[in-house]
Write a new protein. Structure first.
Length: 117
């Protein structure tokens, strides 16, 4: 089982950055996919999640209207489009998969996002 994030990097405040997560080793379409983030000295927090078929998504209040989560079950991938980035969005972003009915979860290794001028 693998979840591999990509797309992190350094971006200026107000900029945009797309993140991708490629999954393998499990039946992707049976899983709820989420993005979490963890800033230095802070607990990991849920940023956004999307249902197994992509019919519904949820966002943390801090990113509503700025971030968009999407998935492509044919490509076993989930995405996070981040717009209007702020310095407080700086964190390691993690891809997470949770089975829709079973207690099975997987984490990616994380990708660093730094928002700074």
């Amino acid at each position: 089982v693998q979840l591999v994030e990509s797309g992190g990097g350094l971006v200026q405040p107000g900029g945009s950055l797309p993140l991708s997560c490629a999954a393998s080793g499990f039946t992707f379409s049976n899983y709820v996919l989420s993005w979490y983030r963890q800033a230095p000295g802070k607990e990991r927090e849920l940023v956004a999640s999307i249902t197994s078929v992509g019919s519904s998504s949820q966002y943390a209040d801090s990113v509503k209207g700025r971030f968009t989560i999407s998935r492509d079950n044919a490509k076993n991938s989930v995405y996070l489009q981040m717009n209007s980035l702020r310095p407080e969005d700086t964190a390691v972003y993690y891809c997470h998969a949770r089975h829709a009915r079973l207690s099975v979860r997987y984490w990616g290794q994380g990708t660093q996002v730094t928002v700074s001028s």
